[in-house]
Design a protein around this ligand. Structure first.
Ligand SMILES: Cc1cc2nc3c(=O)[nH]c(=O)nc-3n(C[C@H](O)[C@H](O)[C@H](O)COP(=O)(O)O)c2cc1C
Length: 185
């Protein structure tokens, strides 16, 4: 398939002060951008409302995400694992849309300072992706021991990790093209 310019919003799923997931999201944005995709980070810390407002009760705070989700060809979610689950602000922003996700691929990336790379929350989030009729990628990006991921120069220190992330993005690229063609949008 020919390279295409896809719009892929990246939802950064935590607003925690000093969050390390932000750096991982930025790296993934860069890798996605190199493919000619329009990859833009959306910050759940800024977008989340105090309580959930669903798509039938739209509020101004989540408008940027709702606009992006409607135009998106697919999504990347980058978030840490908190007590084996996903951050509440991620879910609040995610729940602001429904139809906008339909038949679009979602690649997830879990971040942790321990060895599991968010594996437990990613399993939970799978159900959330399916609930909105989006298409979860079997391939995921795990960012365990996040402090070791970057060297003192701020660049990725693990070429193997980057190669695995590239492979997941390759897969996402296939689904972006296939599903966009099938949706005809
Ligand atoms: C409330 C809270 C709960 C956490 N729970 C987990 C956890 O269940 N599993 C895990 O691997 N790390 C856990 N962590 C540590 C994160 O892996 C760590 O903060 C890491 O830097 C990624 O999150 P960040 O983007 O907030 O920095 C937790 C951190 C916080 C603040």
């Amino acid at each position: 398939m020919e390279p295409q310019e896809f719009f892929v919003p990246i939802l950064l799923g935590t607003g925690r002060t000093d969050r390390k997931s932000a750096k991982v999201a930025e790296l993934i944005r860069e890798l996605a951008g190199r493919r000619g995709w329009r990859a833009e980070i959306f910050d759940a810390g800024e977008l989340a409302t105090r309580v959930t407002h669903g798509p039938k009760d739209p509020v101004p705070e989540t408008a940027p995400w709702r606009t992006a989700a409607a135009a998106a060809d697919g999504f990347i979610v980058v978030a840490p694992e908190y007590n084996h689950g996903y951050p509440a602000e991620l879910k609040i922003v995610w729940d602001a849309c429904f139809a906008e996700y339909r038949r679009k691929p979602v690649l997830t990336c879990g971040v942790s300072d321990g060895i599991f790379g968010g594996a437990r929350f990613l399993e939970n989030f799978l159900a959330v992706i399916l609930a909105v009729h989006a298409v979860p990628m079997a391939n995921r990006i795990y960012a365990p021991q996040v402090d070791k991921l970057f060297g003192a120069d701020g660049q990725p220190a693990d070429a193997g990790w980057v190669a695995r992330a590239e492979k997941a993005l390759d897969d996402l690229g296939w689904y972006l093209a296939a599903l966009k063609a099938a949706r005809g949008t």
